[in-house]
Each structure stands twice: as structure tokens, then as C-alpha cells.
Ligand binder design. Structure first.
Ligand SMILES: Nc1nc2c(ncn2[C@@H]2O[C@H](COP(=O)(O)OP(=O)(O)OP(=O)(O)O)[C@@H](O)[C@H]2O)c(=O)[nH]1
Ligand SMILES: [Mg+2]
Length: 419
């Protein structure tokens, strides 16, 4: 952890630009923002155009001397590479650039998560991701362990980092077990909520798009909203009562980013999973951001990677108080709305959209699903809204609201009075 009496660590940002990759300056602007959020400071950047990153040293061998000289001229104590380094890249770079500290994008993101995690589940998730990342890089990181502070070295709650491979493995097993228990508690909460039959709308989007601000504006809650990356790491669910008296649940969760470390995605799966139980996804995008299209793509790809692609999506173009973009549309979404979570503009239209989609999805089903059709019952639980279920000798008696497509597949299982 960087304490206040230490000036921010100065680092050189390094990026290998390959044919067809995004503009490296834009990628490094984002990396600079991440570094700053983590408590460091960019003092220069090196971009190398190459066909591919070198498997041995990330940048080409010839570039290493230039980086060394540039770093000492700029007074930098380390470098941060824009991609996740393999264990051998990290080891080779550390040796070649000694005494510079070698960091990568993943370590910086893990640092920020470690700093911002507040719930016990969030802390477990971050520590698990960190240990898994480090377990493979013990030797490469050995030098940095001499300095138990600073960028890339932050543990949740300022824990001292473990360096012994055996202890790390044991700790990973313990944490994974603890997380399973926490996830089980969440399953219970989830099924209770389903039983109440309330619709759930999940707010997702790139970090800093305004998700928490939107949740707060809609439900009058007070989730931390801040102009910083990954302000929110936990899932918050709040209830909203519409003008027609319908209660709708909205959830706000961790934001996405390009190249989200896969260890984090794995560790945060239960947090991110919340969206899998949603009736509608609200994809919030910052309309004033020139990078909006690329960021929306990242969010869609991340959702698809999590197996969430069959939900109705409303694209919410936020921050329209900052500028009024003439024609923002999202052809891939079921609907799109322009809003300002800050001024409240467009919120009414957004709610109308949500209610319309919810009513379209609401086919009532009352029936008995035979035990041989277990997958239908689980489809009802995940894709519909369970009102009640009861285990009878002949099958599971279920009442639920389901989307029309599922209602079609449930034909023949309805109880008499329902036909
Ligand atoms: N001008 C303007 N600023 C907004 C609007 N909505 C959010 N913001 C600002 O954008 C910044 C990020 O907002 P958050 O709600 O924290 O964003 P988030 O998507 O929850 O971000 P993370 O939790 O970090 O992923 C804050 O400084 C908000 O005040 C808006 O409609 N207009
Ligand atoms: Mg937030």
C-alpha cells in the first residue's frame, strides 16, 4: 500500500501494438488512469509496433536498453506493461531491466480491487485472484518481494503477501472453500427473492459509466459513486416501486474493463452471476466518452463470456447532460434510451421501457413438471420468475411468470384449471 508520506511511484507504460489492435495511445491512456487509481504516476510511455508480443520479453530484445535508459532519465522505478505478462516474460524482463520493478496491467487492476474491496466476499474474491496470479510467478516476483510495498504489491486489507509456494497453494484451497460457502448463502437469498416473484433488472457496464449513480437516482439509495475506476466491487440490490405500484429490483455490480484479468473474472463469478438471474440487462454506457463504441463491445463480449447473452438488453446512454449526441442507437439492443443519471432526464422513459419488456415477458404458468424434465424446471428458475414450487410424488408443482418462448415449451404441463 502506498502511504501518504511516500510520493507516488513513477512508472513507464509499455505497450506492444500489433496489426489491427486498438490505438495504443488510447490503451495507454486507460492504463495511465488505472495506474493513477492504484496510486502511481506515469512518467513516460514506450510503444513498440511488432507482429506479436515477444514470448520471451514482451517487447523485442533491442527495445530493452532503450526502456532502461528512458526509465532512468525519467526517474522511473518501474515499468507497467499493458498486457498480462506470462511468468517467463516477467522473469526475463525483471532480469534484463534490473533494478526496475516489472509490473503488468493485471497487477495494477488487482491492486485497485484489493484497495476497494469492502465486503468479506469481495475480499475473498480479490485475494483468491491475487494468489492464483502469483502462484505461477513466484520466481519472477521474487525481487519485488524484497520491497513489500508499492504498486502491484497490495493485498486486501494491507495483508502481507505470502511468498512460499506451498503456503500459497494451501491458502488458495482454503479461500476457494470459503467462497463456496459464501456463494451458497447467495444462492439461498436468490431463491428467496425468486419466491417473492419480483422482477430483477441488472445494471451492467464499463467501469465509471455511471451504474451506481443510476441505481441511486432510481431507488434513492446511496451506493458509492465516484469518478474513479472500480468504485463499486460488490453487488447491491435495491427495490423500486413504479407508478403502477409494481415492485422491481435493480442490481448494481462491478464494472467491466478491457482485458479484465481472467483470474478476476473467475474469482468474481458469483458476483457477476447475479446478472444471469436478471429479467432484463441495463447496459449503461457513457455517451460523452469518445471510446463508447469500443467499451460497449467489451461489455457485450464480457457478458457473452459469462454466458449471459439471451436476456433482453436495454442500452442506456448516460451522461447526456454533458453533451447531446444527435443519434446514438444500438442496433443490437432490444431498446435504447438516453438519460442523465445526474439530472434525472430520461429516467421516466427508461422505467417505461423496463415495464414494457417485463410485461411482454410475463406469461403465467401453473403446472407440474415431471422429475424426468429437470432441465425445464431449472429453465423456469433461471429464465422466469418463480412464485412457488412444491415437490409432489408426480413432479414439481410450479407457479411462475415465464418468457413467451419458455411458455411454449411448457405446453402440456399445465394443470387443468390453467388451460
Ligand atoms: N455529468 C454526468 N456525470 C455522471 C452521470 N452519471 C454518473 N456521472 C459521474 O460519473 C462518475 C462515475 O459514476 P459511478 O456511478 O460511480 O460509475 P460506475 O459505473 O458505478 O463506476 P464503477 O463502480 O467504478 O464501475 C461519477 O463521478 C458520477 O458523478 C451523468 O448522468 N452526468
Ligand atoms: Mg459503481
Amino acid at each position: 500500500m502506498i502511504s501518504n508520506d511516500r510520493s507516488p511511484e513513477k512508472v513507464i507504460l509499455v505497450c506492444v501494438a500489433t496489426e489491427g489492435s486498438e490505438d495504443p495511445e488510447i490503451l495507454l491512456d486507460e492504463l495511465a488512469e488505472l495506474v493513477e487509481t492504484a496510486g502511481g504516476q506515469e512518467v513516460g510511455r514506450v510503444i513498440q509496433n511488432r507482429e506479436n508480443a515477444s514470448p520471451a520479453t514482451y517487447v523485442g530484445k533491442g527495445k530493452l536498453e532503450e526502456i532502461s535508459a528512458y526509465a532512468s532519465a525519467q526517474g522511473a522505478t518501474g515499468i507497467v506493461c499493458d498486457d498480462e505478462l506470462s511468468p517467463s516474460q516477467m522473469r526475463n524482463l525483471s532480469e534484463a531491466l534490473e533494478p526496475l520493478k516489472v509490473l503488468d496491467r493485471t497487477m495494477i487492476i488487482l491492486d485497485i480491487f484489493a484497495d476497494h474491496a469492502s465486503s468479506s466476499e469481495g475480499k475473498l474474491e480479490v485475494e483468491l485472484a491475487q494468489l492464483r496470479y502469483r502462484a505461477a510467478r513466484i520466481r519472477a516476483l521474487a525481487g519485488s518481494y524484497d520491497r513489500q510495498y508499492g504498486l502491484g504489491m497490495r493485498g486486501p486489507g494491507e495483508k502481507k503477501l505470502e511468498t512460499d509456494r506451498r503456503i500459497i497453494r494451501e491458502r488458495i484451497a482454503v479461500l476457494a472453500g470459503e467462497l463456496k460457502n459464501v456463494s451458497r448463502t447467495r444462492e439461498v437469498t436468490r431463491s428467496l427473492r425468486n419466491r417473492k416473484g419480483l422482477p430483477l433488472v441488472s445494471i451492467v457496464g464499463y467501469t465509471n459509466a455511471g451504474k451506481s449513480t443510476l441505481l441511486n437516482a432510481l431507488t434513492g439509495s446511496e451506493v458509492l459513486e465516484e469518478d474513479k475506476l472500480f468504485a463499486t466491487l460488490d453487488t447491491t440490490i435495491r427495490s423500486y416501486i413504479s407508478g403502477t405500484g409494481q415492485e422491481i429490483l435493480f442490481s448494481d455490480t462491478v464494472g467491466f474493463i478491457r482485458k479484465l484479468p481472467h483470474h478476476l473474472v473467475d474469482a468474481f463469478r458469483s458476483t457477476l452471476d447475479e446478472a444471469r438471474f436478471a429479467d432484463i440487462i441495463l447496459q449503461v454506457a457513457d455517451a460523452s466518452d469518445p471510446e463508447i463504441r469500443a467499451k460497449m463491445r467489451v461489455v457485450r463480449d464480457t457478458l457473452a463470456g459469462l454466458g449471459i447473452s439471451d436476456k433482453p438488453i436495454i442500452t442506456v446512454f448516460n451522461k447526456c447532460d454533458k453533451l447531446h449526441p444527435a443519434d446514438l442507437r444500438d442496433p443490437e439492443a432490444d431498446a435504447s434510451v438516453m438519460i442523465s443519471a445526474k439530472t434525472g432526464e430520461g429516467l421516466r422513459q427508461l422505467i417505461e421501457r423496463v415495464e414494457k419488456i417485463l410485461s411482454e415477458r410475463s406469461c403465467r404458468f401453473d403446472g407440474i413438471i415431471p422429475y424426468t424434465q429437470g432441465s425445464l424446471a431449472s429453465d423456469i428458475r433461471t429464465r422466469g420468475r418463480l412464485l412457488s414450487e412444491e415437490y409432489l410424488p408426480e413432479g414439481i408443482k410450479i407457479s411462475a411468470f415465464v418468457p413467451p418462448e419458455l411458455a411454449g415449451r411448457l405446453k402440456g404441463f399445465e394443470t387443468e384449471e390453467n388451460i
